[in-house]
Design a protein around this ligand. Structure first.
Ligand code: B12
Length: 100
């Protein structure tokens, strides 16, 4: 069983994340979502508590800079596997300067 952790910046229901989480759960894996504005300064501590196998981002244009910055920090702190999808990735193939 793998744990997939979706990271969001803001508190709202993202349909892509909800669909993918349901599908991941149906296949017997674990899906979690952490929202930065909800967690505040505990955000990175909560990520490490969950111990994800994969950290995932669903990105709309406008949030891509936040996603790139957060992904780089997650990579540097924990070296987790990181994946991204969503409208921004669909429209802009050179979206993120992944560091690390
Ligand atoms: C409903 C909708 C909204 C709703 C709800 C959005 C929500 N809660 O998810 C509301 C009204 C809130 C909204 C707001 C906005 N929206 Co809007 N919205 C849509 C719409 C019509 C459908 C989105 C949707 O739910 N699709 C269904 C889900 C299942 O699809 P999905 O998210 O793309 O996810 C699939 C894949 O992308 C992929 N995927 C997604 N995430 C991930 C992650 C990983 C790791 C992987 C592997 C795959 C993956 O798998 C999913 C299943 O196939 C689209 C147009 C469209 N046809 O997609 C515009 C669209 C997404 N919106 C858009 C925009 C611009 C906005 C706003 C910025 C508008 C504004 N100026 O305020 C805001 C942003 C809000 C925010 N806080 O970020 C643009 C995004 C363009 C871009 N380049 O990113 C779109 C594409 C419309 C357009 N053509 O311009 N939106």
């Amino acid at each position: 069983m793998a744990t997939v952790l979706f990271l969001q910046r803001d508190s709202y229901e993202v349909f892509g994340v909800m669909y993918l989480s349901a599908s991941i759960s149906q296949k017997g894996h674990r899906a979690e979502v952490l929202i930065e504005v909800e967690e505040g300064r505990n955000f990175f501590a909560r990520i490490s508590e969950i111990k994800p196998d994969i950290v995932a981002f669903s990105i709309m244009s406008g949030l891509h800079d936040w996603a790139a910055k957060t992904a780089a920090e997650v990579k540097q702190r924990f070296n987790y596997h990181i994946i991204a999808g969503g409208p921004h990735c669909t429209f802009s193939r050179n979206l993120l300067e992944w560091k690390g």
